[in-house]
Design a protein around this ligand. Sequence first.
Ligand code: NAP
Length: 472
Amino acid sequence: MKMEMMINSQKITGNERMEVLNPYDNTVVDTIPLADQKTVYDAIKSAKNARQDINKLTSRQVYYSLHDACEQLRQNRKKIARTITQETGKPINASYYELDRSIETLIFAAEESKRIYGENVPIDAGLGGQDVMAFTKKIPLGTVAAITPFNYPVNLAIHKLAPALAAKNTVILKPSSQAPLSGLMLAHILAEHFPHGVVNTLTGTGKIIGDILVTHDDVNKISFTGSVPVGRQIAKNACMKKVTLELGGNDPTIVLESADIDKAVEEVANGAYLFSGQVCMGVKRIIVESKIIDEFTDKLVKKTNKLKVGNPMDKNTDIGPLINHEAAEKVNRLVEDAKANGATVEAGGKMEANFYWPTVISRVNEEMELVKNETFGPVAPIIEVHDIDEAIRMANNTPYGLNAGVFTENIHEALKCVNMIESGSVFVNKASTFRTDNMPFGGFKNSGTGKEGIKYAVEDMTRTKLIGFNLN
Ligand code: NAP
């Protein structure tokens, strides 16, 4: 198979191509074209020309286009889930779960396409407004460019493409070069249900494609999910363009003395090791009160040691490889650095090829690189605190602010934490690793700006036009 880009419903093979590797065994899954500058301009032109065609569709037609694309996605569930596993190393059960979420996200978008309302404006309340009747309409922005990361290649693409289409924009998808195939399959399904040129795709180097998309006047919005450094660069280059940035996280989960420890251990393990920790809202710092730290650590170690590391295509595998060897080496380096500075590895701590074993590491402090920045590996670092105030201070001591979790059976402690933790979401008796696809999702501080979650993304992908009539 040779994956292609799509511009104006034409398949583009490109002159130069790059390989997409399976992180499990480094075999070649497929190749993708490397878009040159001309191809990027062609995609922008195609998206611009198609605006009038999607605008001619009724909301009912847009609803049915998204609905029918959703049915096609459902029919291809197995093939696309297997592709996610091949290109990312994600355990197959988690890939099926991603597909199921993606199908639901597309349904949310189809439903939302019928709920884009303007409002009546009481313009006669203002001086000079007598005899004028006015209302607003929500109109499309024009063209939305979606730039996505490797870790949720289908669902994160849908979180951008589907609301953009629901609001009658044209789109250009640029998926991660690490894992582009499943996102392209999704986009090419969507393209079949809309007029030519409404859905376009580009593959290749993020910097070359990104710089043109971000600075071109005919691209009206950049919806980006990825790392903080790239997000910052996009924000700088985008100038006056609308931008949504869904960036990294260093999410804390606090476990207080009053917590149900078994529940906390279960949730924290799931949150820290999901997709080998390569999740923006993964549990990255576990902040535990001293009186329960030994019991919590023992139980987490037992749970961790039971996890099966292996072939991600095997349904019994809990932990697959990291996305590539550099990613595994980075995790190894951060764990070794923490050890050299006094931390203790209680479980795991082993690297082999692209794999890193699920690791519990205690006696961690805030100065260690392992918890200062996003590690993006299957590591559960435990930090000891003496009371709730210290726990909250530590949770907030980070430039990130995506999600947070708190375990406590005490309502006063719960309320104090939800009020004082600075992050886009705070969950009580759930780890930070929680998202449904209709909730407003997006971080504070360096974790980004803007919200996704279909209703919120649709709002962000429209403009408000005021229309007035002189009744005199
Ligand atoms: P990344 O390296 O930032 O890449 C993300 C995308 O940006 C890729 O498609 C990449 O293309 C492209 N890109 C690279 N340079 C660019 C430039 N100068 N201009 C425009 N686009 C450019 O991120 P990643 O390693 O794939 O993903 C992991 C990161 O994503 C983590 O930090 C994670 O926390 C974050 N994330 C956040 C969320 C959220 O919702 N907040 C969700 C998932 C992941 P190429 O790779 O092809 O060069």
